[in-house]
Design a protein around this ligand. Structure first.
Ligand code: HEC
Length: 111
């Protein structure tokens, strides 16, 4: 089981490297689009309850987030934070950065 998980991670890493930021197949999701599904998935996966399909979708959402630039706050901070979220999403375990809603909203979300 563990071996399988590691293999999955390796495959994912390759997929990420191959697709990079252009992963959205031409259709770019805005931050608002991402925020519709992101919270529920983040919380579920953080609790260890996400299915493989949900984890995969969450990685896509995290990448879509990273491909955006927020209207508010420092773009470099955003890059670092969303890169952390993508990394955690790919692990598919605890999601401390993604579930730190307020930490990110305070910096990057307007009122
Ligand atoms: C990496 C940063 C980040 C994280 C983490 C994050 N958000 Fe957001 N969220 C944003 C930004 C930026 C916006 C503002 C988007 C805009 O107005 O363009 C936003 C907007 C929203 C909105 C409003 C969407 C709308 O239609 O106006 C909701 C609801 C929301 N987030 C919920 C959450 C919840 C719940 C969590 C935690 C589970 C969370 N977000 C985590 C960055 C983040």
């Amino acid at each position: 089981m563990k071996k399988f998980a590691v293999l999955g991670l390796v495959a994912l890493a390759f997929a990420v490297a191959a697709f990079g930021v252009n992963a959205q197949e031409g259709k770019k999701l805005s931050i608002k689009d991402v925020m519709k599904k992101f919270p529920a998935l983040a919380k579920k996966i953080n609790k260890g309850e996400g299915s493989d399909a949900e984890k995969k979708e969450f990685v896509e959402l995290a990448k879509a987030l990273a491909a955006n630039t927020p209207k508010k706050g420092d773009a470099e901070e955003w890059k670092k934070r969303t890169a952390t979220i993508v990394g955690e999403a790919e692990k598919g375990e605890k999601q401390p950065c993604a579930t730190n809603c307020k930490g990110c909203h305070d910096l990057h979300k307007g009122k």
